[in-house]
Ligand binder design. Structure first.
Ligand code: ZN
Length: 281
């Protein structure tokens, strides 16, 4: 007799091979099988600049690249809280230098985590607003701010730093595994006894608590609205688990076998956000 899988263990390391493997699997399924999520393809403008994070396992230093208008780039966008001063920005003074290299040790923790995660996902390009838009250059800011919606919309994946309220907090924090392996006797009437290994763990906090509630300060930031509505695939990093969101499904890392179906499309996502935003305004 098959028992339904009710949940999956959460591992301590948020970028372990097993954990990132889940994110890769969700991305692959979304890109290859979700019709709704791939309608229309990529339209509109690509970012003018991206951060080339180098390849996984290579000691390559990230650098800023200028994109070619005719080319298509697969990139991860970072949705984050500035939370006041951001230690690392591209300015007219640092622009040329950043095209050569941006030493990893200069990155505040949230940005560094984004570089690490991008590399683990075997992707090469990352978009971070404070580095890819030249700060202090009014004309550049106006031009890039005007296409920011398209930048999020055309991203392959968007990292949502759900729990971090500034650029130094990071989002790849160790999670508490809190699961206990036990053996259960499946039926006392079978011979020999059928013993099954299962894992027990407490119920994890819900989507509404972790992402849209008090544990998710990112959701209440004013500027974030377009960063929530437009990306096709936000991946939210909560304290306890990751949450995959696309136009077809909402998947909790700890309960991947019970995705919330969003077959009625973007309207479901939008109605959730609008409800949340009405409570803020
Ligand atoms: Zn999808």
């Amino acid at each position: 007799m098959k028992m339904p899988l009710l949940g999956m263990p959460i591992f301590e390391n948020p970028i372990s091979k097993r954990t990132v493997g889940r994110a890769k699997q969700w991305l692959q399924e979304c890109c290859n099988t979700h019709v709704l999520c791939n309608q229309g393809g990529k339209q509109g403008k690509m970012p003018t600049r991206l951060i080339d994070v180098g390849k996984r396992g290579e000691p390559e230093v990230p650098r800023l690249i200028e994109t070619a208008t005719a080319e298509h780039y697969d990139y991860i966008a970072l949705s984050h809280c500035w939370g006041g001063h951001v230690a690392l920005t591209t300015t007219p003074e640092t622009f040329e230098q950043h095209k050569e290299a941006i030493p990893l040790e200069d990155f505040p923790l949230t940005f560094r985590d984004a570089v690490d995660f991008t590399r683990k996902m075997d992707m090469k390009y990352l978009w971070i607003d404070s580095l890819c838009i030249i700060q202090g250059d009014k004309s550049d800011w106006e031009r890039e701010a005007a296409i920011m919606g398209e930048i999020f919309k055309n991203s392959t994946l968007t990292i949502s730093t759900t729990t971090a309220n500034n650029s130094t907090k990071g989002f790849l924090h160790p999670r508490t595994p809190r699961f206990q392996p036990i053996k259960v006797i499946h039926s006392k009437n079978t011979n020999p006894l059928f013993i099954r290994d299962i894992l027990l763990r407490p119920w994890l906090k819900s989507w509404s608590q972790s992402v849209e509630g008090p544990d998710g300060p990112l959701s209440s930031r004013g500027w974030i609205l377009q960063e929530r509505l437009l990306p096709p695939r936000p991946l939210h990093f909560g304290h306890e688990q990751m949450f995959w969101e696309c136009r077809t499904a909402l998947i909790l890392e700890g309960h991947p076998y019970n995705p919330v179906s969003l077959e009625d499309g973007g309207s479901s996502i939008q109605s959730r956000f609008i409800g949340r935003w009405r409570s803020i305004f």
